[in-house]
Every structure is written in structure tokens, then in C-alpha cells.
Design a protein around this ligand. Sequence first.
Ligand code: ZN
Length: 406
Amino acid sequence: MAKDVVPTKSPPIDTGGSPTGAGVLLSILRDGRPRTRAELAQLTGWARSTLSLRLDALLDQRLVAPTDDAIQSGGRPATTFAFNQSARVVLAADLGVTHARLAVTDLATTVLAERSAEMPIDRGPEPVLTWLVESFHELLGECGRGIADVCGIGVGLPGPVEHDTGKPVNPPIMPGWDRFAVPEWLSARLGAPVLVDNDVNIMALGEYWAVRSQVKHMIFVKIGTGVGCGIMSEGRLHRGVQGAAGDIGHIRVPSYEDVVCRCGNTGCLEAVASGGALAARLRAAGEHASVGRDVVGLVRAGNVSAIQAVRQAGREIGTVLASVVSFFNPSLIVIGGDLAEAGEHLLAGVREVVYSRSLPLATQHLGILPSELGDRAGITGAAVMVLEHVLAPEAVDQAVMAISDE
Ligand SMILES: [Zn+2]
């Protein structure tokens, strides 16, 4: 379901005097800069008549609008045209294990209304998704928009998602969700295309798109209830054949052979260094911690056991990431998820091992930084996933042709 995404800057292809090509025009204007007809003709290399046809198609769809400020050229003001980011809205959901964050965004991922709530994913697909649909209706009401304005819905789930179908596959902590047709179920109720991916992929996408688009090779590591990473390669999300790429949580780390993971194996990174694993270890040592956020609370309060545990978790994660760095050679590793809120203690552990265990050539320009978007990375990425699907040049052309054929 989900498409590979990249802010489109493909060279324009002139297909003659038809509105096909409007999609390419829109991809140029999506950078937000207003331009005159003359500038657009120059950028595309199209004849003025061809440009007018395609521009009119986008104006009809309200995806482009004339701007108020005209540019003075040769004494005569020339109208400028710009991407109309409020033409439609996107519904974005980042469903975690215990917690959900939802938003209505415009076509440039600006959040128009948002909500975060406790919503355990193990209530099962129909109860959770029914709540999601109701909440989306309420949020649309809050920002004065209607269901007819929705161009797509993006959903992140805390488990493996099959890329082609958008279905969760054997998600270990999501009883009842295995192979549930999330896109069809939601689309039938909300009347727009639905794209689903796992939570860490959408976080990687959001972080990349919003603040790191200059970084072409990036790993986004989420450390929360589970541990996983999203891989941006050449500016595209690398999902692998089925969508399982980046599932580093079940890579074995040395000297934890006695720790059993929920997947059935022993010594998995997730069983050793996730927020849940740290909370359990601290609980056994007499501290009050039931989830990863409690661990962060203890760290912030200066609890020495919690600080040591978080730093050691950083080292274990660093051990796995050192291999990932040698294999993939990213220029940036972004650390996100609940446990990342523990800040420098976690990052210091990761850096300590990655920089000492990877080859100098791979680390000389490698940054290891906290997520800038924080807990908004997921909803931003869910919106980006939708936008890159519905505003892809081919999709825009199809929409424009469908209208012009009527
Ligand atoms: Zn495991």
C-alpha cells in the first residue's frame, strides 16, 4: 500500500497538450515558492499553452492558487501562483503499544488539530480503529474541516506491517491484529486512501522530511517498549522485501544468554535495552518503574541506578548499531522513542560503543543525535507517507485526467 517516498524533483517530461504533466508542475510548486507563468514556463520548458492547460487543471483542483502579491515585471504586475497547502487535509495516526497520537494536518504537514490519549493496542483492531474514526471526526470538527476534505489517512502501528497490503503480520504485542485489513476497514469508513506502516518507519520518514532532508543516509532508532530502526537510503525509506528491514530489536547481544525475549529467543537487544526491559530490571532492584517513561522519570530525578541502567542500555544498543554502521555507512543516527527522553545518558552510551567499534572511515562524519521532532515524529511521518502517495506526479495526473474526462 505504502509507496516509497522522496520529495520529488524529477526532470519534467513534456507529454504535449494535455493536463497530464500537472503532477510535475505541482511537484515544482510544492516547495512553497510563488512563481509567475513566465518562471514556470522557463522551469518546465513547456510552451505557454501547455503550461496554461496544466496550471488551470491544478487551479481547478485548488491545489494551486494565485497569490495576493503580484511581481512587478517590466512595469506590469504579473500574477504569481503557489501551492495551496490548505486545499485538503490528511488524517495521521501514530498508534503505540499503550499510547496513541492523532492529528489533522494540511498538505505541508502543518498540524491543524491534534490529540494524544491512552489507547492500549491490545484492545484489538476493531475497538482501537472505531475509537480512531470517532476521534478523527472530532478533530476535523475542531479545525472546521469535513470528511470531504480528507485526501488520505496515514497510520503507524507498533509491529511489523506487510508493505504491499498494509496488514500487520504476526505482531507480537498486538493480539487480534494479525493480518487484519486495516486499510480496507478504515477506508470503508473514512472514504479516502489509507496507508499503513510500522511506527519506526513513519518516524524515520517524518524526521527526514521535516528536519533532515539534506541527510541522504540516515538511521532512525526508536527505543521505547520495543527497539527498531527505520532506514533512509538515498532519501528513500528502505523497507526490504516484506517491510521487515530495520528490525534490530531481535539481534542478539553478547552476555545476556539468560534473558528470554518475548519472541522466544534469548539475549535479544529488545529484551535487554528497551524501556520495558529497563523498567523490569529497576523494579527487581526495588525501584518504582513499570514502563519506559518511569525510567526516564527516575533518570531526571537523578536516580543513580536508573542512570547507570540507561547508559548501559545505550552501550548495548551501540553494539548492534556499530554493526549497522559498518554495514550501511549512514551519515546520521537519530535516536527517538520514549527512552530517548532520558537524554545524554542514553546517547553517551550509544556514542561510546559506536565510535570505538566502527571503522574510522565510517565514523569520521557520523552524527548521533536525538530526534528533533520528538513525539511528533510519528504523526509527521504518517502525514508525509500519505502526501507522497496522493501528491505523487502520477497520482495528481490521474486525478486531473479523471476530472477532465467527466
Ligand atoms: Zn527477541
